[in-house]
Design a protein around this ligand. Sequence first.
Ligand code: NAD
Length: 425
Amino acid sequence: MSTQTANAAASKHESMFDAVLARLDVAANLMNLSEDVKTVLKNPIKQVKVSLPVMMDNGKIQVYEGYRVVHSMAIGPSKGGIRYAMDVNQDEVMALAAWMSFKCAVANLPYGGAKGGIKCDPRAMSVGELERLSRAYAKSMKDVFGVNRDIPAPDMGTSGREMAWILDEFNKVTGEDSPGVITGKPIAIGGSLGRDAATGRGVMVNTLAALKKMGLDPKKVSAVVQGFGNVGSHAARLLSEQGIKIVGIGDHTASFYNENGIDIKAALEFAAKNKNTLKGFTGATEIPSNQLLISKCDVLVPAALQNVINVDNASKIQAKLIVEGANGPTMPDADAILNEKKIICVPDILANSGGVTVSYFEWVQNKAGYYWTEDEVNTKHDHKMEIAFESVWNNAERFKTSMRIAAYITALQKIEQAVKLKGAY
Ligand code: NAD
């Protein structure tokens, strides 16, 4: 399904931000969240929309829409990625910002939540155009970003390269050298070892934790991973390193299935030589893209885009466990179907919180000016993820609810405490 189709499906039902609020309401009622705190959390504290004129390679100016939404700063400075994609819009950025507040709270990080984005097609732009666009965005956010205020990171369509440009421009306009103002940076300019693979690593740790609870041996289970970008490719590699047989992979160019298992190392090498895409990979049979999520497997990892698990395909999903690498891959209507089928779903705000966890470690290292080894980062990351998984699992049992609602409850318990202590309403 294309991003556009997925979002059209979403908009038929509700906005993404409404989907967040619907789940917030369910969790709030179960845990008896204070009405005042709920009202505060239903309204992002800051919404910025900017127009970004960029000189294109053909000598003409094109104006792009840029967004930044700060949802909450109850627990600390706001944290959240910057997305470059054609369907970036205010509603989507609001939803992603709220998820960041909940994600940081679930992972027990001292952050609130934010998100940013630019409506553009990065694949259709030259490197020079992307650099000028990233710098224009950084300049326009000089009063929003700050090392103790709002700290961006990469998301869909962005990577360390864009973070380096944004950092450089931000430092130029503010006159400070503040590497911690942005995370997900290349190592040479203050990035953290382990950050690149961290979100995929978190998916792996959460998958192992869930399999253990389900009494399943990782060496006897199969998995399908949708998306072969930062999250999906690292998740597929790390899961296969744990002995899980990856039977399906796919990206926006093609999807593949091999019941005997796909050689992920070969797929990574292929993608690296093929503009990071899978079209033309010969290590498995190509299948229609809409078959990937419903193909036979024990574990399904949607790690590409939102709204891909919906009422049209949820009942056909064969996996016993879903671990959400992407943000918002499951629509609320589909949740009910998955719950009925007793499919366990480790929700995005827990499953993909490994990235922001190591972003937090990067920020801590930048502030201290002292850098950790990759082993130190990974050990601290795995420990934090295991604790987060356990607290969500325990809340699911305590409140007799799904992992998703339990994750919201876990987050809301922490945010409520902070809001009440600060009296921020
Ligand atoms: P990315 O840009 O590196 O990769 C996106 C992948 O999705 C690519 O392989 C792309 O081909 C694929 N894709 C796009 N459209 C598709 C379609 N229609 N069908 C199948 N595949 C499609 O992005 P990413 O950083 O890996 O992010 C993926 C998801 O994970 C997003 O929802 C993002 O918000 C979320 N996420 C990312 C991070 C992170 O650290 N990068 C952290 C938390 C959550």
